[in-house]
Write a protein that binds this ligand. Sequence first.
Ligand code: HGY
Ligand code: MN
Ligand code: MN
Length: 413
Amino acid sequence: MSTRNLRVDGDRLWASLMEMARIGATEKGGVCRVALTDLDRQGRDLFRRWCEEAGCTVRVDPMGNMFARRPGRDPSRDPVGTGSHLDSQPTGGKFDGVYGVLAGLEVVRTLNDRGIETEAPVELCVWTNEEGARFPPAMVGSGVFAGVFSLDYGHSRADHDGKTQGEELARIGYLGDAPLGHAFGAYFEAHIEQGPILENAGKTIGIVTGAQGTRWYDVILTGAESHAGPTPMELRRDAMAGAGEILAALYRIALDRPPHGRATVGEFRLHPGSRNTVPGRIEFSVDLRHPDGPTLESMDADLKALVARVAAARGLEHEVVDIWLSPPVAFDAGCVDAVRKGAAALGHEAMEVVSGAGHDSVYLSRVAPTGMVFIPCEGGISHNEVENATPADVTAGCDVLLHAMLDRAGVVA
Ligand code: HGY
Ligand code: MN
Ligand code: MN
């Protein structure tokens, strides 16, 4: 059977995206559906219902990862998987993660509409806590699935209130019993680019060749509380003054490695938090990124040397806690080519890109041939409530996903 003219139903996909976006909708038009909250559960429940309506069998593993399988002609073949995440940042958008989950569902709905049977099964995936916003690090669900993290580690990760992922999975009813880990013949993820490259280049499709490396840290500076009035400046052990000096230099670690170096401080806590007491303790997160492994390691060394130097000069104790290392990855050449061929066959302007963001595909690539399809997002903005994409690009990316998946799953004649 020729599938060359097969296209998804873009209106149906857009309607599903907008319906899912109502769960955790914010006033500014984004979503706040943070991992393992009741809103995350609601999103998962809706997805499960849609998958069951589409004839899929849904299973959940002990890390809360969801798998909705559409049978193929040959059940002995490893499934071709696709998916992403439903959890969002606190100021998230309608498309980050959700697009990949619902694009996969649209692929299944389209195959159902046209009565197309694939040789290999097709499996839709929702990975737990891709964002790492509530429970660091990021991509824990796919990381446990791929064997990067143990299940105990995944369950033990706690939020700032001390609630663990294991407890919260049980609370929302997603502590599943499906076997942990299984093979995929190939895995694809559709995602918005979350940066400006495609939009600036006027391209519709990103042929994602890999993803840059990421390192996460907690930096802790300990000085001594003292009175803001009588304490002379030179006698203070002011953790905030130390943090200020470090932050000014920290961004240089990225700026001195143009154009790809990245440094972000997204979380910042001080103690005791009184305006007339010199802070005795500061904790802040650091996120460093670079597509080149050795360069990322040099950034790591620079950060640790910077913190040690400033702390020593200011009489502060310091700790740099390594939270996460996700090395740069290159995706499977066969899957990258399937995306490239899909874009070409559909006549979409495409270019190769390396992902600046981490994605579950980074960890799936350790256990399965993996590729990703990017579409532009407006202004390259993401992790922001104004995040937006066009219906045309959303549909184009899903068509490319469909054809890339069929290229690997095979179609029964
Ligand atoms: O941090 C990331 O790149 C992803 O959004 N979790
Ligand atoms: Mn994402
Ligand atoms: Mn994200």
